[in-house]
Write a protein that binds this ligand. Structure first.
Ligand code: CA
Length: 236
């Protein structure tokens, strides 16, 4: 069994570097997945979500930047470390602007890479901890810390852990559409026997708790063909 139970997706086309990365990471107890180009990387992401991705910029076909952009557009938030060639300062700036978390310049030492990976994985955990505890949806107040919904008529309704996680994730993107797939990634972590239908069922249950008229939701709305959106009026 792997020591740390974390999966790293390597997106790189250079065989010798793939070999080195795999060898190094697996020795450290990480599970690795490899994609030689951007399309393959996106295919892998349809099936599974890694804890971190190492992404080369210069790839055949789709560039590493486009891969990164496309991942962030899907609201997939695992850390991405970009590999750039020496002296590509412009690339570093571009990379951070399109949602990469860090970059490392080739050639790099194995120890440096491992340190960056560990730092990113730690920070990602911190990010999940650092979140708001009260949501105001009109006159409905949701206390996420205590998993309870206070409705304007005075009624309070308990939320399940899953419902709290759903709300936490959706409220991280107020007034923005979030795909079912992103919800599966973050709220269910792709547990066995989950499907986008699972998401729909939970959303429907959640609506009955937080919406005054669940059949005509005002806050947790469906974005047809995309997923869901949490409308938060006061959010700037
Ligand atoms: Ca390359």
């Amino acid at each position: 069994m792997s020591r740390n139970d974390q999966t790293i997706l390597i997106v790189e086309d250079e065989p010798s570097l793939i070999f080195t990365l795999r060898d190094t990471l697996e020795n450290e107890g990480y599970t690795t997945l490899v994609a030689e180009d951007g399309n393959k990387a996106l295919q892998i992401l349809d099936e599974t979500i890694p804890d971190l991705m190492i992404l080369d910029v210069m790839l055949p076909g789709m560039s590493g930047f486009d891969v990164c952009k496309s991942i962030r557009e899907k609201k997939l938030l695992f850390p991405i470390i970009i590999l750039t060639a020496r002296d590509q300062e412009i690339d570093k700036v571009t990379g951070l602007n399109i949602g990469a978390d860090d970059y490392i310049t080739k050639p790099f030492g194995v120890k440096e890479l491992l340190a960056r990976i560990q730092a990113r994985l730690r920070r990602n955990l911190d990010y999940h901890k650092n979140r708001t505890d009260t949501l105001h949806l009109g006159d409905v107040v949701i206390d996420l810390g205590h998993s309870v919904v206070q409705r304007p008529d005075g009624e309070s309704i308990d939320l399940t852990t899953r419902e709290v996680e759903l709300l936490r994730f959706l409220s991280g993107f107020p007034n923005e559409p979030v795909t079912r797939k992103a919800l599966l990634e973050h709220v269910w972590r792709y547990e066995q026997s989950t499907s986008t239908r699972t998401v729909d069922v939970h959303i429907s249950k959640l609506r009955s708790k937080i919406e005054l008229q669940p059949d005509e939701p005002r806050y947790l709305v469906t974005m047809h063909g995309v997923g869901y959106m949490l409308k938060m009026k006061d959010h700037r």
